[in-house]
Design a protein around this ligand. Structure first.
Ligand code: BT5
Length: 284
């Protein structure tokens, strides 16, 4: 598998080519589907049957790909990566009384792994739009959806879903998009192998999984944070027509991964909640 158009044309997706491409990775198992409603939904079904840590679900096409808060994620066949990984507590974090930050961290793990891959393997300059998007040239190339499975207050397992637009065919119609979209191929300038990209991202998830609490993880995340030093507006919910909940200068991340903002009155505010939207107002 080389990033070469003639080989790209030959890239066939089936159970055996997937297994070959992912050989040697510490997966707990793999399920491949040419067409599926949603890899996160399938991972949840697999969890019911006892999916192990790092079980992988991958689809060539999603018919009901999920975004956050009931939004949808567009995944046409042959153009994108859509996959989900199962995480079992104890394997990736020590269960704490308040596990919600762990889910946010898992989401960051996905964004950091994709970002790291795009930098190291493709020489690109991606950024992380807090909390869960990866941008190229300020357009969304990847979305991350971390979902928890709870028993009462206890996090039983988590599912990390990642969608990456690889070729231009992956792009959703621009109408109704919350944020402009792009694909890896557009920034890279030539075709690339989806299988190879999948393996590269999984390798970096493995790498960063054991380093979530290290300064290196925090530093990488913050160094690639989009809109740092810019004035931004934060919105709750999807509607960008409503007035923003908060506006301020984006200073960076605190030690927990919450945003640090400087408000107009000079005060510093931390924002940790998940459902916020960012819009750059103007460059400073
Ligand atoms: C996300 O939600 O960005 C999380 C997307 C996670 C998708 C993966 S694919 C594998 C796994 N299985 C699933 O079912 N889901 C995960 P959010 O921040 O809510 O963004 C959703 C919004 O992004 C939509 O409302 C659209 O405006 C926009 N969108 C949809 N498809 C897109 C695409 N392919 N590229 C760029 N933007 C898209």
């Amino acid at each position: 598998m080389v990033n070469n158009p003639s080989l790209m044309d030959q890239e066939k997706w089936n159970d055996s080519t997937l297994r070959q491409a992912l050989a040697g990775l510490p997966l707990g198992g793999m399920r491949y589907f040419p067409r599926l409603d949603s890899t996160n939904a399938e991972a949840a079904r697999w969890l019911e049957e006892g999916a192990p840590h790092f079980a992988l679900v991958i689809a060539n096409e999603q018919t009901a790909g999920r975004g956050r808060h009931g939004r949808s994620w567009f995944t046409p066949p042959g153009a994108a990566l859509a996959f989900s990984l199962v995480f079992r507590p104890g394997e990736w974090y020590t269960p704490a009384p308040d596990p919600l930050p762990s889910l946010a961290r898992l989401s960051a793990l996905g964004a950091v792994a994709v970002c790291h891959t795009l930098v190291q393997e493709y020489g690109l300059v991606p950024q992380i739009k807090w909390p869960n998007d990866v941008l190229l040239q300020r357009r969304k190339v990847c979305g991350v959806l971390a979902e928890g499975r709870w028993q009462g207050e206890q996090l039983q397992a988590a599912i990390l879903g990642i969608g990456i637009n690889v070729t231009p065919a992956a792009l959703p119609p621009p109408t109704g998009l919350l944020y402009p979209a792009t694909c890896v191929q557009e920034a890279f300038g030539r075709p690339l192998s989806r299988l190879r990209l999948l393996r590269q991202v999984l390798e970096r998830i493995v790498y960063w999984q054991g380093r979530l609490d290290t300064p290196d993880f925090h530093t990488f995340w913050e160094e690639h944070l989009a809109f740092k030093g810019e004035l931004i507006a934060l919105y709750y919910g999807s509607s960008l027509d409503d007035p923003p909940a908060l506006e301020g200068l984006l200073l960076g991340l605190d030690e927990r991964g919450c945003l640090r903002l400087r408000l107009a009155d000079g005060q510093e505010r931390r924002v940790c909640e998940g459902e916020l939207r960012l819009r750059p107002l103007h460059k400073r």
